[in-house]
Design a protein around this ligand. Structure first.
Ligand code: DQA
Length: 143
């Protein structure tokens, strides 16, 4: 399967990147991360769109509308709570990679639980913005 259209979904509080707990999330803003991804996507000849929301229902509605053939999602805090976002991804059957900037396994116990990982093609956690780039390159090279 050749991936032509990729959607990157950023969950709640990721709009605060750059200012938010840099010891976990680094100093890059969301805009900077999206710019890196846009450059990488254009090198890989993949079209890319970005969506960020602090609202669970907006993320569910967005997933239901998607026409893209691959998703990179950082569900942020919804990772550990959202059956509805999980169900939307499951219903749409669009392959996805789950990305976390921080290493969720090295933090509080509740962050080790994800409602997404068993459905994901793969999970990347702890590599900062590089994790999104790795996910994009994986998607761009899927055969
Ligand atoms: C996060 C990890 C989550 O536990 C947290 O709620 C976030 C960001 C990450 O990118 O490391 O908001 O998904």
């Amino acid at each position: 399967m050749k991936v032509n259209n990729l959607t990157v979904i950023h969950g709640p509080n990721l709009n605060l990147l750059g200012k938010r707990e840099p010891q976990y999330y680094g100093s890059a803003s969301l805009e900077e991360i999206n710019k890196l991804l846009s450059n990488e996507a254009s090198n890989a000849n993949v079209s890319i769109e970005f969506f960020q929301s602090n609202s669970e229902s907006d993320i569910v509605s967005k997933i239901q509308e998607l026409k893209s053939d691959f998703i990179i999602i950082n569900p942020a805090a919804f990772t550990h709570s959202s059956v509805s976002i999980r169900d939307a991804l499951s219903a749409m059957k669009i392959p996805f990679i789950e990305v976390h900037l921080s290493n969720v396994f090295a933090r509080e116990t509740f962050r080790k639980e994800s409602f997404f990982s068993d459905l994901a093609v793969g999970v990347i956690s702890g590599l900062g913005p590089e994790g999104y780039i790795a996910a994009l390159n994986y998607a761009a090279n899927v055969k």
